[in-house]
Design a protein around this ligand. Structure first.
Ligand SMILES: [Fe+2]
Ligand SMILES: [Fe+2]
Length: 298
């Protein structure tokens, strides 16, 4: 099935999901969640940041999560490339872009006023990343749906865990606003993939299997990304066990019940097998990590 045919068949679904999204939208304003009263303290410090304010892993998570939001122009470009800019597909892409833009506004104001990251380092990193234009580039609409369904959920969990690790009620509030939006984005794509499984189970299975087995979060254009990712994992904000327990396992076994899908081609059967093996391996690694962490804590 060609991409254009899939998009055409799924247009009524996209229309419904967009309508549901808009109906359930709750308007919120960055200026209402940013703790501006911290401005006096910031002025007294000479607008510097406080090196000891958060653990290195938490600072890395703030940097990476914010910089990832900052790279929005290129995600929008990808969405319009794979979904086009007409009908519900285009409308969704534009609405999504507007919502994502709010995330970097709220987060940047919060981290700056709270002195949690070095604002010069943050700006230099933003310039470097956005200038690089590096983003995940799913080849087509089907791969794109499968990738973002996973990625929006992963982003939700990452924002949420970052918020919890801040030990700051104002920061938690900001990050939970973002997480709530990411969840709604995830629901749009999750249900789109569910419909894709009904429309063309083989194509859905092959694509999902590829996307999950090769999954990587956006952010490779961020200076020092590998080191940030290591710090974030050390802090337990996002590591392989979070990835398995909170994202991949629930999606694959519960949400899309991959093991129960029927009517697959031989190639799709193989893709399913590879996917289930991958999830099992990921689960084993996650278990080992949990045990090691427990041992370290004891
Ligand atoms: Fe976002
Ligand atoms: Fe999102």
């Amino acid at each position: 099935m060609q991409d254009a045919a899939v998009l055409h068949e799924l247009t009524p679904v996209a229309e419904q999901l967009l309508e549901r999204h808009l109906e359930s939208a709750i308007e919120w304003f960055p200026h209402e969640v940013v703790p501006w009263e911290r401005g006096n303290e910031l002025r007294e410090r000479g607008f510097g940041y406080r090196r000891d304010s958060v653990a290195p892993g938490v600072r890395s998570a703030l940097m990476v999560n914010l910089l990832t939001e900052d790279n929005l122009p290129w995600y929008s470009r990808t969405l319009s490339r794979i979904f086009g800019s007409d009908s519900a597909w285009g409308e969704w892409g534009r609405r999504w872009t507007a919502e994502e833009g709010r995330h970097s506004i709220a987060m940047r104001d919060y981290v700056t006023i709270s002195g949690l990251v070095d604002p010069s380092e943050l700006e230099q990193a933003r310039m470097a990343q956005v200038s690089s234009g590096l983003v995940p580039e799913p080849e087509n609409a089907v791969d794109g749906m499968c990738y973002v369904a996973v990625q929006e959920l992963a982003t939700r969990v990452s924002h949420r865990n970052t918020g919890a690790a801040l030990e700051d009620p104002a920061g938690y509030e900001v990050m939970m606003r973002l997480a709530a939006d990411e969840n709604k984005h995830h629901l749009f794509y999750r249900d789109l993939v569910t419909s894709l499984f009904k429309l063309n189970p083989s194509r859905a299975m092959e694509s999902l299997s590829n996307q999950i087995r090769s999954f990587a979060m956006p952010g490779t254009g961020i200076p020092g990304f590998a080191e940030h990712a290591r710090q974030i994992a050390n802090e337990g904000i996002y590591d392989l066990s979070v990835h398995h327990d909170r994202i991949i396992e629930p999606l694959v076994t519960k949400q899309w019940a991959v093991d129960k899908v029927q009517g697959l081609s031989a190639a799709a059967e193989q893709a399913r097998e590879s996917l289930l093996k991958h999830v099992e391996r990921l689960g084993k690694v996650a278990n080992r990590m949990r045990e090691r962490r427990q041992e370290a804590a004891e």
